[in-house]
Write a protein that binds this ligand. Structure first.
Ligand code: DOR
Length: 443
């Protein structure tokens, strides 16, 4: 059933694409190469002219179920993921109710079973109330780890003070992920905001200072407690420099989003209005270029889309009532392919971003490589699909994607999860058989 022979394509490794076929038996890759011996009766997929990449792992998505399904649900978000070549996702806890206990994680796993084709895991949100139980919660099956909001964003999760953050860091062992913006600074800046301010002010309101203050505090806390931390969606050149200077090695890893790599202020706000609004904000080209360099040279550990869908009506509210968040799970891989075409990222950098990086940061088992023994998760890309990215290709419930119209350098056309063709030309195939991810960091 989970056997597939993908032939005729070019498999993308760190050195670039090279001709190879892939044989998947029982959901796992059993051979990679040319002139493979293929048993009779195995389903075949002709990948001639196509690139064969490991299925992307998106370690930061917001799929809104339970509670906010009009924005997205696990099935619609999972569909968008697969259409974009994403075979595994890790979902954030700011749903309604928030995912802050064992029952909420169990509930999400039950909701995903039979409805989601991708493999998946769910973060538990840190609060002052559950701080001391997190070491237990992070060990639950299907738990992606702990997420802590140091600055408030969508939803009510927030831990603003160092004493509680320290309690969180002292409970458990897995790497803890952070939304790093300093709440005191944010609060003061929102208070000072006048009436009828445009969304172009967003990077000033959620300032560089707010990000740097928070990340400085976080690095101090990581050093003091010895607990590994992961800074999500880093948005400033200053934080990259800070992390370099502090040189804490594997204790501190960080993520970048395509939004901060492919958009720049003020143009993005002038062109897309609140569709370019997210937290932390997209900033000017100086920051974008530093983040690009951090991805290209391997300083940044991984890429997460921070897929954060809102409805078009919500996004049309005047700033700052317009909610922050950009739906991007489906557009990460297409955008990274344009980066390779445009020459600022090599294939090794792309694979580090969406495969090797998430695997390493979170200790995800059996994913992210086209190698014998690894799960047969593949993103099959047609590099001949160029021209502008079309809105009707997108599968998220939220239409508010600022990358519509980007000049493509290829598009995922088929996605394979553990040896099953799960999505072809943007449409789901067969039954949803997504499974919880497993982690080496869970004992
Ligand atoms: O822009 C954002 N939107 N940043 C976040 O941290 C949360 C996200 C959301 O859930 O809407």
């Amino acid at each position: 059933m989970n056997d597939l022979f993908v032939f005729g394509g070019r498999v993308v490794g760190p050195a670039g694409p090279a001709r190879a076929d892939v044989l998947i038996r029982d959901g796992r890759i059993s051979a990679v190469g040319t002139e493979l011996e293929v048993p009779e009766g195995i389903e075949r997929f002709d990948a001639s002219g196509k690139l064969v990449l490991p299925g992307s792992i998106d370690p930061q998505v917001h799929f809104r179920e339970p509670g906010l399904e009009k924005k997205e649900d696990l099935a619609s978000g999972g569909h968008a993921a697969l259409a974009g070549g994403v075979t595994s996702f890790m979902e954030m806890p700011n749903t309604k109710p928030a995912t802050v206990n064992a029952a909420a994680i169990e509930d999400k796993l039950e909701r995903a079973a039979g409805r989601v084709h991708c493999d998946h895991a769910f973060f538990v949100g840190a609060t002052a109330d559950n701080a001391d139980e997190l070491g237990t919660l992070e060990q639950l099956p299907g738990c992606a780890g702990i997420k802590l909001f140091m600055g408030s964003s969508t939803g009510g999760l927030l831990v603003r003070d160092d004493a509680t953050i320290e309690r969180v860091l002292r409970s458990g062992t897995r790497r803890v992920t952070f939304h790093s913006e300093d709440e005191d600074t944010l609060e003061a800046n929102y208070r000072a905001l006048g009436r009828d301010e445009p969304v172009t002010r967003h990077p000033e309101v959620r300032s560089v200072e707010a990000a740097v203050r928070s990340t400085t505090r976080l690095l101090d806390l990581a050093e003091r407690t010895g607990r590994p931390v992961h800074v999500l969606h880093v948005s400033t050149a200053d934080e990259v420099d800070l992390i370099c200077e502090r040189d804490l090695g594997e204790l501190v890893t960080f993520e970048l989003t395509p939004n901060h790599l492919f958009l720049a202020a003020p143009d993005c706000y002038e062109q897309h209005g609140s569709w370019a609004q997210m937290n932390p904000p997209v900033r000017d080209a100086r920051h974008r270029d530093r983040l690009r360099a951090a991805l290209a040279d391997g300083l940044a550990a991984c890429i997460g889309s921070d897929h954060a869908p809102h409805t078009a009506e919500e996004k049309a509210r005047p700033y700052p009532q317009s909610p922050s968040g950009i739906p991007g799970v489906q557009t990460t891989l297409p955008l990274l392919l344009t980066a390779v075409r445009d020459g600022w990222l090599d294939w090794a950098g792309l694979l580090r971003g969406v495969n090797e990086g998430p695997r390493r940061v979170y200790g995800i088992e059996g994913k992210g490589l086209v190698e014998v023994g690894v799960d047969g998760d593949l993103a099959i890309v047609d590099p001949s699909i160029t021209g502008p990215l079309q809105a009707d290709w997108l599968r998220s419930r939220s239409p508010c994607n600022p990358f519509i119209g980007v000049e493509l350098a290829g598009l995922p056309v088929a996605t394979v999860v553990r040896g099953r063709l799960a999505c072809v030309a943007g449409e789901l195939v067969g039954e949803a058989q997504g499974q919880p991810l497993t982690f080496a960091s869970v004992r």
